[in-house]
Design a protein around this ligand. Structure first.
Ligand code: FAD
Length: 386
């Protein structure tokens, strides 16, 4: 193996380059990134950057020290025998695809912000002025964090959500509805069952008529895996690059990792594509090992956190197959957790300012051990197996 190319200069791409060297790869290593910036961290973009506490989240990597040729501002445009890029083809022996995801935008000619890049975050922060009328489309993770920062900056914030509760798509309406009062307490107007149609000059047009006037519209309705450039390459694509449990794509020598990869999880018996920082940080270890001839399986329990309205919200696992839920603590109080079980096994946990529950719960999910639901419901008892 003489030439490895990593496409995508985000966390997953950077970690792949680092772990390849750490695991002993000595050949040519090239990182191709569409953005002009060195790899940086995205979670602070909707937190410290919007709050004005920092302007730079670069993950200070020593790419030169790694012996990694970094081609920034260069976009991969196709995959044939070589990698096609905006500045010509690059030959490789192995390729790692780490091109992340791209925010979904609404139609319309009005000014519309999304939040994915450091440039997006700087532009949005500059627009968060006291008294500005801000409409956020989507009460998901990003919507809640932007609402937190915008309300603190003195904006008049309305969140327009199509479902009946915040976070309904991510964690279900039962849990999501418990977060609705956080919006009200922060002075944010939350409107449920509101379907956005387009962003026009002057505000948000609603499906079925009506509009919400705004100086600023932020769209936070989710992302798509950034795989359009792979159409026609012959690689299997289905909600991301289809990869096996070792993150190998359908063509030998090609791997995918991070937000763009849909991997096979034996633990959950289905393909998962997880848009979380923890995956971008840790899954590259398996890619590097397997690229160098190993047989490493990546099947970690997914983990995510969000900081919203002064609370630390954390989630581990995957709950769609759950058949029971168990609350730990009063969900109308400040600190609580919600556990999802499939039979006697814990499959997911959501915690609000209960980090210990999260750590114990993630360990329990990983173990697959049975739990006693009576004990689980007692917030004074640790989350552990029967
Ligand atoms: P990305 O970080 O998206 O990097 C992909 C890179 O590839 C990008 O730089 C892109 O420009 C580049 N690229 C795309 N196409 C091409 C191409 N054709 N050629 C070359 N380069 C290309 N997760 C959490 O767990 N907790 C949080 O609190 C949290 N907060 C977040 C807040 C924000 C605002 C955002 C945007 C994300 C947040 N996340 C959070 C998610 C987390 O940041 C992502 O899961 C993680 O960044 C994914 O890393 P990645 O390397 O797979 O993709």
């Amino acid at each position: 193996m003489e030439r490895v190319i990593v496409v995508g200069g985000g966390l997953a791409g950077l970690r792949t380059a680092e772990t390849l060297r750490a695991q002993g790869y000595r050949g040519d290593l090239t990182l191709v990134g569409a953005e002009p910036h060195a790899p940086y961290d995205r979670p602070p973009l909707s937190k410290a950057v919007l709050r004005g506490e920092t302007d730079d989240t670069t993950v200070a990597p020593d790419l030169d020290g790694l012996g990694c040729t970094t081609l920034l501002g260069r976009r991969a445009t196709g995959l044939g025998e070589d990698l096609e890029t905006t500045e010509g083809p690059l030959a490789f022996d192995a390729l790692v695809i780490a091109t992340g995801a791209t925010p979904i935008r609404l139609p319309g000619d009005g000014p519309q912000h999304v939040l994915r890049t450091i440039d997006d975050a700087r532009a949005l922060r500059a627009a968060l002025r006291p008294g500005a009328r801000l409409v956020i489309v989507g009460a998901g993770w990003i919507g809640a964090e932007v609402a937190t920062a915008a309300a603190a900056a003195g904006c008049r914030v309305t969140v327009a959500e199509a479902a009946d509760a915040p976070l309904a798509g991510a964690i279900g309406a039962e849990a999501g509805s418990r977060t609705a009062r956080w919006y009200a307490e922060a002075g944010v107007e939350l409107r449920h069952g509101v379907k956005a149609a387009s962003v026009e000059p002057g505000g948000l047009e609603l499906a079925g008529g009506g509009s919400i006037e705004a100086d600023l519209v932020v769209t936070g309705i989710g992302v798509r895996p950034e795989t359009g450039w792979l159409e026609g390459s012959g690689l299997a694509l289905e909600n991301g690059v289809v990869v096996d449990e070792g993150l190998r794509a359908s063509r030998p020598g090609v791997f995918a990792v991070g937000d763009c990869a849909a991997w096979w999880s034996a633990r959950f018996g289905r393909r998962l594509r997880v848009e979380h920082w923890d995956v971008a940080l840790n899954a590259p270890d398996a890619v590097a090992a397997n690229l160098l001839g190993g047989e490493r399986v990546y099947d970690a329990v997914p983990y995510f956190w969000s900081e919203q309205f002064g609370r630390m919200v954390q989630y581990a696992g995957h709950h769609p197959a759950a058949d029971t839920t168990v609350w730990r603590g009063d969900p109308d109080a400040d600190r609580w957790s919600l556990c999802w079980l499939a039979g006697e096994r814990l499959v997911a946990i959501l915690t609000v300012d209960r980090p210990r529950d999260l750590v114990q719960g993630r360990r329990l999910i990983a173990s697959g051990a049975a739990v006693d639901t009576g004990r689980l419901a007692d917030p004074e008892v640790p989350v552990r197996a029967t």
